[in-house]
Every structure is written in structure tokens, then in C-alpha cells.
Design a binder for this molecule. Structure first.
Ligand code: ADP
Ligand code: GLC
Length: 505
């Protein structure tokens, strides 16, 4: 079986969140099961600084974008640590504008007033990318059985496949395109890629597709909706999120469309890339440790306290969070309850980048509790590892969470997660209720109502166990550390999904 993954982020090349981690790891796990995989992504400026060498290929293509012809070229590299090829779509005007130092990201930029805004031409950028994915098949002569598309940035690829490449492609290639099936994975339904309807001609799409049944959504073109409608199979990154997105509460307006496609919608929990996230191998830590011998974790904690200039005290509970600073992640709940816990002596370490309201909120908290709060605003992978290892408790009170990777990293690093039981958090963290604990399956603390009181109560329970029941705490840690959250497990589920998709032909 051949599978081509297409996504706008791949860890090691360009990353804003968990999507990048998934696309860097899943193809390798599938490859290990005998599926021939390749990955396509845009060539951003960040990719040029990747540790993975990039090689230009003599494979170029031209695409009409409205009244312009835009040229692209493919470059080649490989996924970090593995033999899966990555093809990068070079189009400097569209993709090489990112520069973290000046606040320019891959989707957004920060203006002079400090606001974060989307690039105005994102529809052209990702419309072009979607077609480039189909051009890549032809240029590379790589004909996948499964085209695995990830998130809205690839949403139009299915439309182009069905509307242009299958019916109107070069006659000798139509058959090749006709046998491609596509699986579309939703990593976060809240980001849909919605654009002005007058972009239809620029995208080379006939007005006949601008209907409620196809691409139209409340007067706009919706790339995510297109991806869902054009997919042979849809997946999302946890079974609970697969149910939640079919409700008005978390369906972000697309619940109706998803309910209609319910029979073809499934949830598969993400895995951990254990080559990157494993405390027994992690090169960034002050000491290494594992589930059988956790003593090194104390040194990681002291190193983290030193890093943030907090009191180096092994007995003080150290709470932490590494996250995009976005409303999704529940920072308003953290803001509500942090002061009362800090007044009682806990420490808090936060690494994050994003919305300016949360940046300001965190800096204010640090000013109020300078010896107890460490804040690093920005993106720092090494520090992310040191926080996961050094903290006692990981906070993830998300409003919604399609899967979440940080709670999985926390489980692996013996850092007890306190989570809101939504999406993937509900599917991966087992609350330390008396019953779960007695059955030896508890791994963290969970709460349901999205309220400061419920969050505070869960954290209270965690702190009580930390303080008064060290043996139970140790057991809780060990249960999480010894679990298998590797990609091996989830890759098997994806393989079954691919087989099912192909059987239906
Ligand atoms: P999401 O994709 O919604 O942001 P996930 O939990 O799936 O959430 O994945 C987040 C990923 O991004 C993790 O690998 C996390 O460590 C990383 N990350 C988030 N913010 C930062 C940051 N400021 N610095 C370094 N890594 C970060
Ligand atoms: C999204 C979600 C996150 C998920 C990640 C990878 O960014 O917000 O929950 O883990 O994608 O699937």
C-alpha cells in the first residue's frame, strides 16, 4: 500500500502545534508496518533552517491562480530519524515570509499594535498548496492508494482531485488519479480556513461548487468543510472528539455536515514520538530516568527551579504548562485559580506563545509572585522538554481538546496531568477516583464543568495526594509512565482505516 501525507506543518521543518508532531511521526510508524509513505508540505523559511538537509529537484510546475500563472518547484528531504521522504513545495512569495524574530509566523503576523492577524492571501497560499499536492504525484510518479490530508490547509485537495484531476487531467493520468482515495483528518475543527466567496475564480473553482452542499458556509468558502465533504473517510484525533464535533456545542457550525457523514467518521488517538519524548533518552535533561527508576526526576525539578529562579526546594509542588496561548487551552481558568494556590506556596512554570491577553495575564502573575512563577513567552523546544521532566503536575484545563499531546508527554515523564475531561484528554487520562485507583488504572486528575471551582477542586485533590500520600503519588506516576502511548498502537488503527477505505471501491 502507498500513502501520501499532506500537511502544512511537520516537526523538524516547521511547527506551531501538535499537527506537526503527528505528521513527523505517523508516516514512520506506518512505514514500519510496510506501508510505503511520503509527505508533502510547503517550503517555509523555517524549513531552510531545519537540521534535515534539503535538496532541490528538477521538478517544476505552473498553476493558474486567477489571471496569474504561479510557478512551484519540489525540494526533497527526509523525516528526522527515518527513511520517509518529505517533498517541500517551493513558492517563495507564498511560503517564505515567516520570521519569528519579527513576529511573522507561517499563518499569521503581528502588527504594530501587537495584534495577531491572518495573512490576507491564505486562501491563495493553501489553494496553491492543495493543487501542488496533486502535481507532486505526477511529477514524482508516486501514485498513492491513500492520500491522507490533514486539516483545512489541505482541504481543497479533494475538490481538485475530484473536479479537475480525475475528469480533466492528462488522458494518460486520469486513471491514476481515479484510483486515489482520500482520508481527511481533523486536528482542530475550530480552525476552518474561511475566505471571501469572490476567491472562487482565483482558486480555479467553478461557481457550481459554491453551494451549501459543497463549499459554501455562511457566505464564505470553507476549506475544512470541503475537506470533510470530499473525503472518502474522515478521522479525527480521539474517539470522544469524534462524538463532540457532531454536537452544536463543539461542532463549530459543521456538526450537521459531520452528522451526515457519521458512518465514515472515526476517532483515533495520537501517539508519542518516543525518539523525541522519552525521559530515559532525552538529551535535554539534567538527568535521565524511567518508570523503573524515577530518581533522576528530582534533579530535573531542581534544574527547572533554578532556570526560572524559583526557590530550589524539592518539597514545593511545581505546576507547569507548555502551550499555545489560545482560548482553547483554558487560560482563563488558570488565571482565576492561580493566585489562591500561589498564596498557599505552590510554584508555577509556564512556556507559551500566542494571544496578547494571555501574555499580559502571565506577566502580571509573574510580577505578583516573582519568586514562585516562571514565565517564558516564546517558542522553545528544549525548555518544553525540561518543563515536562521537571514539573510535578501538568495543567491542561482545555475548553476543548481534539487529542492533546502534552498530557501524553506528561504521563511518559511522570508529571501528573490535571485535565478537563474533554476530547482526547477524556480518552487518555484516567481520574484518580477511589475506584480507578483501586483498580490500578488511575493516571491523573480530571474534572468536567468548565468552571474555576471544578478545576480548583481537581487540583486540590492532586495536591493533597502529592502532600499526604507519597506512595499513592508514586504509584500514579508509575502507572502513567509504564503505559504504551507510542505510535505503534495508533498506526495499526490507521492501517485498518485505510484498508476499509480501499475495500469500498
Ligand atoms: P495543539 O496542537 O493544540 O497546540 P498539542 O498538545 O497537540 O496541542 O501539541 C502541542 C505541541 O506544541 C507539543 O509538542 C508542545 O510541546 C508544543 N508547544 C506548544 N507551545 C510551545 C512553546 N511555546 N514552545 C515549545 N513547544 C511548544
Ligand atoms: C490540534 C489539536 C490538538 C491535537 C493536535 C494534533 O492542534 O488542538 O489537540 O493533539 O492537533 O492532532
Amino acid at each position: 500500500m502507498k500513502c501520501l501525507h499532506a500537511a502544512s506543518e511537520v516537526a523538524g521543518f516547521a511547527k506551531t502545534g501538535g499537527l506537526a508532531d503527528v505528521v513527523a511521526a505517523l508516516p514512520l510508524a506506518l512505514q514500519a508496518r510496510g506501508i510505503d509513505c511520503a509527505v508533502v508540505m510547503p517550503l517555509y523559511r523555517a524549513c531552510r533552517n531545519s537540521t534535515q538537509p534539503l535538496k532541490p529537484l528538477d521538478l517544476r510546475f505552473r498553476l493558474p491562480m486567477g489571471n496569474r500563472i504561479v510557478e512551484g518547484r519540489l525540494w526533497e528531504s527526509t523525516l528526522p530519524g527515518g527513511a520517509v521522504p518529505v517533498y517541500l513545495v517551493e513558492q517563495p512569495d507564498y511560503f517564505e515570509r515567516d520570521d519569528r524574530a519579527t513576529g511573522r509566523g507561517i499563518y499569521q503576523f503581528t502588527n504594530d499594535a501587537g495584534e495577531t492577524l491572518d495573512y490576507e492571501d491564505n486562501s491563495a497560499r493553501y489553494g496553491f498548496f492543495a493543487r501542488a499536492i496533486l502535481e507532486a504525484m505526477r511529477l514524482l510518479n508516486f501514485w498513492p492508494d491513500i492520500l491522507h490530508l490533514h486539516d483545512w490547509q489541505t482541504g481543497l485537495a479533494g475538490v481538485y482531485l475530484h473536479e479537475i484531476y480525475q475528469p480533466h487531467g492528462k488522458p494518460d493520468l486520469r486513471g491514476r488519479y481515479a484510483s486515489v482515495r482520500n482520508v481527511f483528518t481533523i486536528h482542530n475543527l475550530a480552525y476552518q480556513g474561511m475566505f471571501w466567496h469572490l476567491d472562487m475564480p482565483m482558486l480555479g473553482l467553478p461557481w457550481g461548487l459554491y453551494t451549501m452542499e459543497r463549499l459554501e458556509f455562511h457566505g464564505k468558502i470553507n476549506f475544512m468543510k470541503a475537506g470533510i465533504i470530499e473525503a472518502d473517510r474522515i478521522s479525527t484525533v480521539s474517539p470522544t472528539y469524534a462524538k463532540e464535533i457532531q454536537t452544536t456545542l463543539l461542532g463549530c457550525g459543521l456538526h450537521g455536515v459531520l452528522m451526515q457523514r457519521n458512518r465514515h467518521l472515526t476517532g483515533i488517538v495520537n501517539g508519542i514520538d518516543e525518539r523525541v519524548w522519552d525521559p530515559s533518552l532525552d538529551p535535554h535533561l539534567a538527568a535521565r530516568y524511567d518508570g523503573a527508576n524515577i530518581t533522576g526526576k528530582a534533579r530535573c525539578k531542581a534544574a527547572l527551579q533554578q532556570h526560572f529562579k524559583l526557590d530550589v526546594n524539592p518539597g514545593t509542588p511545581l505546576l507547569a504548562c507548555v502551550s499555545r496561548l489560545a482560548a482553547q487551552k483554558g487560560f482563563d481558568l488558570i488565571e482565576s485559580i492561580a493566585p489562591s494556590f500561589l498564596r498557599r506556596g505552590v510554584q508555577l512554570a509556564i512556556l507559551g506563545d500566542g494571544d496578547k491577553v494571555y501574555r499580559a495575564m502571565l506577566l502580571k502573575l509573574r510580577d505578583e509572585f516573582p519568586h514562585q512563577v516562571g514565565v517564558h513567552l516564546g517558542y522553545d523546544e528544549v525548555l518544553a522538554h525540561r518543563i515536562e521532566a521537571g514539573a510535578d503536575i501538568y495543567l491542561m484545563p482545555s475548553k476543548y481538546e481534539p487529542c492533546g499531546l502534552n498530557q501524553l508527554y506528561s504521563l511518559k515523564y511522570g508529571t501528573i496531568p490535571v485535565v478537563r475531561a474533554t476530547g482526547g484528554l477524556a480518552d487518555t487520562v484516567v481520574d484518580a477516583s477511589t475506584e480507578n485507583f483501586a483498580m490500578g488504572r488511575a493516571t491523573g486528575f480530571a474534572f468536567l464543568p468548565y468552571t474555576p471551582a471544578a478545576f480548583a477542586q481537581a487540583l486540590e485533590r492532586a495536591l493533597a495526594m502529592y502532600r499526604d500520600q507519597p506512595k499513592q503519588w508514586q504509584l500514579l506516576r508509575q502507572t502513567g509512565m509504564l503505559q504504551d502511548w507510542s505510535w505503534r498502537r495508533s498506526a495499526g488503527e490507521y492501517e485498518r482505516l485505510y484498508q476499509e477505505t480501499l475495500q469500498e471501491i
